[in-house]
Design a protein around this ligand. Structure first.
Ligand SMILES: [Zn+2]
Length: 100
């Protein structure tokens, strides 16, 4: 009988501990998110062109800033091209420098 009680107590103590560990793992996953891959490397049909505003819009924030490589997931090569294309598009007013 006494042994059973001990097991129950142990079980009660273990459940919340496991829960906490699971939550911590979930938080970690949320913090780091999923490892993104460069979408231009994956999809060769996707062009980086200053005229393709719809594609470039995905790489600027609402305020009009260029999203950094660490957040967009682009590789260095494509991030440079995206940034250059956005800057050209801005100069000919296809994209905003800042959003009003
Ligand atoms: Zn790439």
């Amino acid at each position: 009988m006494s042994e059973e009680k001990d097991e129950k107590v142990d079980a009660k103590n273990f459940v919340p501990k496991d829960k906490m560990e699971n939550d911590q793992i979930k938080n970690r996953k949320k913090m780091f998110l999923r490892r993104k891959v460069c979408r231009f490397c994956v999809d060769e049909n996707l062009k980086i062109d200053y005229k393709e505003v719809d594609t470039l819009r995905r790489f600027i924030t609402e305020g009009g800033k260029i999203i950094p490589k660490r957040m967009s997931g682009n590789c260095s090569k494509h991030q440079r091209r995206v940034a250059a294309a956005i800057k050209v598009a801005r100069a000919i007013a296809l994209l905003p420098y800042v959003k009003a």
